[in-house]
Design a protein around this ligand. Structure first.
Ligand code: ADP
Length: 234
């Protein structure tokens, strides 16, 4: 409808302004960081007298720059794609697991890692982490009685492109054929008020924005396997 159209134009405009402002804030932050270092080194030993003040300045500057980065991620995803770097997928898995360790500790789930690639991905590390965390949290929910969470990587080529498959598999409750059709739909959840139904739809968007694809196989009572495919970095 016209109303929705106006709304989405407004959101786009807000996004543009936010991105512009965030971008402008980056430069003065860099200047502040640089000058703080100079002051500290000129002060030499006397810098110790204001150690706490220096630490606070460091922390707060760091905080502003983190907020700016988040705003940019949100407001201008294409710009954020500029932060694409080469990474070993196994390293990204290793970085993501500590983020869910507190949840894993409360369960009887065994984590199995099967590393099968030495290829590097060109990708946005934070976004892939976000996707992995979503998948692992879903797997934990699917195995209330415990089970095995498998994180596997392997070389996989698709349509003549070299790439990597990253598999997150559980042997939990699984899904029916009907449920399986809906998992990537925004706001589809079976978790009632505990779920948002956004995890998988956002994950799929993030992966396809990086030139990859996400798929799922499942069987009721047997478990679920999510596969992320991403192209190799040239
Ligand atoms: P949420 O977790 O908030 O419900 P998601 O988009 O992450 O949102 O997942 C949507 C639905 O897909 C879940 O509510 C659940 O029914 C199903 N689902 C996702 N992952 C699994 C899994 N590993 N095993 C069984 N069902 C799953």
């Amino acid at each position: 409808t016209t109303k929705q159209l106006i709304m989405s134009e407004k959101l786009a405009a807000i996004g543009e302004i936010t991105a512009g402002v965030a971008h402008e804030i980056n430069n003065p932050i860099a200047v502040m960081q640089g000058n703080l270092e100079i002051v500290r080194s000129v002060m030499g030993e006397r810098a110790d007298e204001v150690r706490t003040e220096f630490r606070l300045l460091d922390e707060q500057i760091h905080r502003i720059s983190q907020i700016v980065t988040k705003l940019l991620q949100f407001a201008r995803p294409e710009e954020y794609a500029g932060y694409m770097e080469r990474h070993a997928p196994e390293d990204v898995i290793s970085d993501s697991l500590p983020l869910v360790q507190h949840l894993l500790n409360k369960t009887r789930i065994t984590v199995v890692r099967e590393a099968g690639t030495s290829r590097l991905l060109l990708m946005n590390r934070t976004e892939l982490q976000q996707v992995l965390v979503n998948l692992v949290v879903n797997a934990i929910h699917a195995m209330p009685e415990g089970g095995t969470l498998t994180l596997r990587t392997r070389d996989e080529d698709r349509e003549g492109r070299q790439g990597i498959a990253l598999v997150v598999a559980d042997n939990g409750i699984g899904m029916s054929e009907e449920l399986l059709q809906k998992v990537f739909d925004p706001f589809f959840t079976t978790k009632r008020r505990d779920g948002t139904g956004l995890g998988l739809s956002i994950s799929q968007t993030l992966i396809s924005r990086q030139g990859g694809a996400m798929s799922v196989e499942s069987a009721t009572g047997k478990g679920t396997t999510f596969t992320i495919w991403l192209p190799e970095a040239d």
